[in-house]
Design a binder for this molecule. Structure first.
Ligand SMILES: *[C@@H]1O[C@H](CO)[C@@H](O)[C@H](O)[C@H]1NC(C)=O
Ligand SMILES: *[C@@H]1O[C@H](CO)[C@@H](O)[C@H](O)[C@H]1NC(C)=O
Ligand SMILES: *[C@@H]1O[C@H](CO)[C@@H](O)[C@H](O)[C@H]1NC(C)=O
Ligand SMILES: *[C@@H]1O[C@H](CO)[C@@H](O)[C@H](O)[C@H]1NC(C)=O
Length: 955
């Protein structure tokens, strides 16, 4: 920037500041002069009285009747809308027959009734903010807004800044915040802006009078321009505890807004997604669950795609309506949007994970099969299951314990009777090539004698616990060990505290990872005691309450007024943080502390699985989808759940295989083991009191097909590991919906009963009872059956595939080279086996692939370049390799066998490097070539050639 420009900018900024101050000083005068006051009214609801201080003019009848049903945005989303209340707000009231369910007399349950066409809606051009200054700056455009008349919520923010920051060619940030006072902002570190781009993929349009904006994807050679966001309808409200903005969506194909149980493709025909992390098993569709991910991805009609992330951690409702449009309603913080322009869905996920963080690099063993249950109540029972699986020939890498191991459910203790030899048990597991993980709950027990329980004593000493609503005492509640307190992960010393207590336990028990639970945080006790919370605070009683369970934010968790360390709510005032703002970050921050504690105490790659999550969680750990049930519906809905997790950058994700609650059945468990063998995180887990459901316990049929599915997983682990490396470094999702690969094929937009590993493997499980066929969609491409190599050229069709009880349908796309390894019963063993390549030729006989290899457990091997990366490519009649990085050398890196699908005819000769090689076999029923005993050292470049005519010299 030249000095001249800089001076201009400084002068302009001074003008703006002066303007703000002048306007701020005179704002009270403005405020009352534009107000249309009648008598203040008190409006009674069964829960509380609402004082109405501002009454807006009634909109003209005509203006109301001209609003089409599709364009109605709810002006009275909270309890008990009435005509009178609606008109005080200056909104239109039409009791529309379009509503499926009429609004009856006040009924408390109605406040969380399904959303629908509103009776009370905004007239067009509902007054909100207007622009009083616009400035082009180096990073984009900055706009200053003023509110002329009050909204119908307390404490309107009168002056707002709206910064349009051009962060990268495909990333635009729009931050809307209070011009005068600081407010709470989500304290997580995001990817910083780059040099402002010269020619970004987007442009913006700003309307001045009634402020609204559009974000437009610019046209390119092939596509017309598309409006991605358009806030011209609804009403933008920014008051202290009610922030709302609506935006038109360019299509109905919207995904994300987790965490909820729902189909992948969200329903825009009136649905509400509440975000407020809670301990609740996924049973109702769309209800708020353990995590919050205020992010969505849209497939535009052109097949291009974009994503939008709202960086806000307060309790919120997100409404989708058939306009199609989205409305965000949050009760704190600021509106801080990141718009990611893709344009492919994979690029949207790459851009999102670049922003919030890429997923952690898992240890290799964690890709194996995990066995867990609540009810392995002694060490010998725990070991029995390991040996039962071993005996049945079922691979397993990790054995887990639920709370059974702990002494009176206390973290970092073990039961002296039932688990007295836990250290020895873990040593034994290690000697058998397995790993061990135990549960660790968020809450810390208070019941013990002083000096006997470091997890509590040290927390008191370091003063790192969450405090009550008056900031006095550690807030107390009740979890499994009876009375508990909660570490405040936002405290600067919390990670050191956690590292200390984790290390003390690790000194005794050489566990390999942590399963962190109850970290929404869950509180099973009743925290309505007046000594705990400031019940009269508006934080406990916000003027708008999102559709949280039991009509209160503190239901089964800490109170909203509980004090935490991080947070500053007012300029110049160093106020404590509040659980009100930080609640949704509790699990994320616990995962971060646990990741660091593991890294420091074990000095190996951490492995953390957490129940509660927030945006950016994937960098610290994985997730299991919570306490599901042994039902076919739960089996079915696990697919959208794992696909969503991958879209949020949480690559290591799985559902409890065979179901957590209630007894499973052999048939359900058999199908679930087949599907679960293809979850990124493959763990079988169930509840105390239910039958055993490890795959060796339900009869020979379940055992045999579980073994078969898991052996395929184990064989494919080198490919899965490469996918995790891609996810860690480039942000590619490990598992993907079909539309990620085929964004031009609209049939794929709604498919969530099948999914893919990377671009190569299509998984088409059976998801219903008594079913031995699967109706599977094959996008237009060439596919090979993974088992036989049988080729299928699809034009984009459904095929009815045979799916006998012992089989899961697996197909590979043409064009890949997939590294494999002969499976063993643990990865410790399979990593010693020679490699194989599966080559799937496309119509031009091309294919390509990579192998990423390292020691599987050291820290930061990618950054420290302690890995080996080998590329494979086929061209015409040869496959060759290139070693792109040689940072990990291992004598076991041998290529022994190669299978080529789609080899049009039997080769006459095969040459490995420069030698003729006799040991090959051609299956002419499916056109598959098998080359055996190749004995190639993988970290040297090689070439394998085949010819269809005999020639002397191939070189
Ligand atoms: C809004 O005001 C700015 C600055 O005065 C101007 O550049 C812009 O064109 C206006 N926008 C519209 C849509 O009128
Ligand atoms: C462990 O659980 C089994 C099965 O529920 C039960 O039979 C056994 O008595 C329990 N053992 C102990 C030590 O609690
Ligand atoms: C649980 O804690 C409460 C209060 O902290 C105490 O009164 C009660 O006796 C405890 N119960 C048990 C079983 O220890
Ligand atoms: C809350 O308000 C009620 C009624 O005004 C009062 O009696 C009570 O003491 C207040 N409680 C607290 C914790 O301030």
């Amino acid at each position: 920037m030249t000095a001249m420009k800089l001076t201009v900018r400084v002068v302009l900024m001074m003008f703006v500041i002066l303007g703000v101050v002048t306007l701020y000083v005179s704002y009270t005068a403005y405020y009352s002069s534009t107000l249309k006051v009648k008598q203040p009214v008190t409006y009674r609801t069964p829960f509380r009285d609402i004082k109405i201080t501002a009454v807006h003019p009634k909109p003209p009848e005509k203006a109301c009747h001209s609003v089409e049903t599709q364009l109605k945005f709810d002006c009275h989303p909270e309890n008990f809308p009435t005509k009178e209340m609606c008109e005080y707000r200056g909104c239109c009231w039409i009791a529309t027959p379009a509503r499926k369910k009429p609004i009856s007399s006040p009924d408390p349950l109605d406040s969380q009734a399904p959303v629908d066409v509103p009776y009370c809606f905004y007239p067009g051009n509902y007054s909100a903010y207007r622009v009083i200054n616009t400035e082009k700056v180096f990073t984009g455009t900055e706009v200053l807004l003023k509110r002329d008349s009050p909204s119908y919520y307390p404490k309107d923010i009168q002056y707002l800044n709206v910064n349009f920051n051009y962060e990268t060619p495909t990333r635009l940030r729009i931050k809307i915040y209070d011009s005068v006072a600081n407010r709470y902002e989500v304290p997580i570190v995001l990817d910083p802006a780059r040099q402002p781009p010269h020619d970004p993929a987007y442009r913006i349009h700003i309307q001045n009078d009634t402020f609204h904006f559009k974000v437009i994807r610019k046209a390119d050679g092939k596509h017309n321009e598309t409006v991605l966001m358009d806030t011209s309808l609804g009403a933008m409200i920014f008051s202290d505890q009610f922030l709302q903005i609506s935006s038109l969506l360019p299509s109905h194909n919207i995904y994300g807004l987790g965490q909820h149980r729902s189909h992948l493709n969200l329903n825009t025909s009136w649905s509400r997604f509440t975000m407020w992390n809670r301990d609740h098993f996924p049973i109702e569709e769309d209800a708020n669950l353990y995590g919050s991910h205020p992010f969505y991805l849209v497939m535009e009609d052109s097949g291009l795609s974009h994503g939008v992330f709202l960086l806000n951690s307060n309790a919120m409702d997100v409404i989708l309506q058939p306009t199609p449009a989205i409305t965000w309603r949050t009760i704190g913080g600021v509106l801080d949007f990141y718009i990611l322009l893709g344009p492919t869905p994979i690029e949207v996920v790459q851009q999102y994970t670049q922003l919030v963080s890429r997923s952690f690099m898992p240890p290799y063993w964690s890709l194996g099969y995990h066995q867990c249950r609540w009810g392995y109540n002694t060490t010998s029972r725990t070991l029995d299951v390991v040996h039962r699986l071993r005996k049945a020939g079922i691979p397993q890498d990790v054995q887990w314990n639920d709370m059974d191991y702990a002494n009176n459910y206390m973290d970092f203790t073990y039961d002296p009777e039932k688990f007295g030899d836990l250290p020895a048990m873990v040593t034994q597991l290690h000697s058998e090539g397995l790993h061990y993980i135990m549960i660790v709950d968020a809450a810390i027990s208070t019941a013990h004698t002083k000096g006997s329980y470091p997890a509590y004593d040290l927390a008191i000493e370091k003063d790192i616990l969450v405090k009550d609503g008056f900031g006095k005492q550690p807030i107390k509640g009740k979890v499994w060990p009876n009375e508990t307190v909660w570490p405040d992960w936002s405290h600067p010393d919390a990670t050191d505290y956690w590292t200390h207590v984790v290390s003390l336990f690790y000194d005794k028990v050489k566990f390999d990872g942590m399963w962190i639970d109850m970290n929404e945080p869950s509180n099973l006790g009743n925290n309505d005691s007046v000594t705990l919370c400031d019940f009269n605070s508006t934080l406990e009683n916000p003027p708008y309450l999102p559709a949280v369970a039991n009509y209160t934010l503190r239901f089964m968790t800490l109170c909203a007024t509980a004090h935490q360390s991080l947070g500053r709510r007012d300029k110049g005032l160093d106020l404590p943080g509040l659980h009100y703002d930080l609640h949704n970050l509790y699990g994320l921050m616990m995962a971060q502390a646990s990741y660091k504690a593991l890294e420091r105490s074990r000095e190996l790659r951490p492995f953390v699985i957490s129940r509660s999550t927030y945006a950016g969680h994937g960098q610290y750990g994985g997730h299991w989808t919570g306490d599901n049930s042994a039902t076919w519906h739960d089996l079915r809905m696990s697919i959208p759940a794992i696909l969503n997790g991958n879209m949020y950058g949480i690559s290591m994700i799985g559902a409890d295989i065979c179901g957590f609650h209630s007894d499973t059945t052999p048939e359900l468990c058999q199908r679930w083991m087949q599907l679960g063998a293809f979850y990124p995180f493959s763990r079988n887990h169930n509840e105390q009191g239910t039958i055993d459901q490890d795959p060796a316990s339900l009869g020979p049929g379940v055992a045999a097909s579980s073994r078969r599915a898991l052996l395929i997983r184990y064989k494919l682990l080198p490919y899965l590991y490469w996918l995790f490396y891609r996810s860690h470094v480039y942000g590619d999702p490990v598992v993907r919906p079909l539309f990620f690969k085929y964004p031009q094929d609209q049939i794929t937009y709604r498919i969530d009963s099948q999914f893919m590993w990377g671009d190569a493997l299509l998984i088409s499980p059976v998801l219903t009872q008594d079913t031995t066929h699967v109706n599977a969609y094959f996008p237009r491409d060439t596919w090979y059956c993974l088992y036989s190599g049988k080729r299928r050229d699809s034009l984009g069709e459904y095929y009815n595939l045979a799916a006998p009880l012992d089989i899961i349908n697996l197909h590979v796309r043409a064009g890949h080279v997939i590294p494999q390894q002969e499976p063993s019963l643990t990865t410790t063993e399979s990593r010693k086996n020679p490699f194989k390549l599966l080559v799937t030729l496309d119509e031009f006989s091309h294919s390509s692939g990579e192998l990423y290899w390292d020691d599987g457990e050291s820290l930061n091997t990618h950054d420290r370049k302690l890995y080996t990366l080998i590329r494979f490519k086929t061209l015409k009649n040869k496959i060759y390799s290139r070693v792109d990085m040689l940072g990990y050398k291992d004598d076991l890196l041998k290529l022994e066998q190669m299978t080529v699908f789609g080899m049009a005819q039997k080769p006459k000769q095969v040459k490995v490097k420069s030698n003729l090689h006799d040991d090959f076999y051609y299956d002419d029923s499916h056109n598959v070539l098998y080359v055996n005993k190749m004995n190639i050292t993988l970290y040297e470049a090689f070439v394998v050639t085949w010819t269809f005519t005999e020639i002397k010299d191939l070189s």
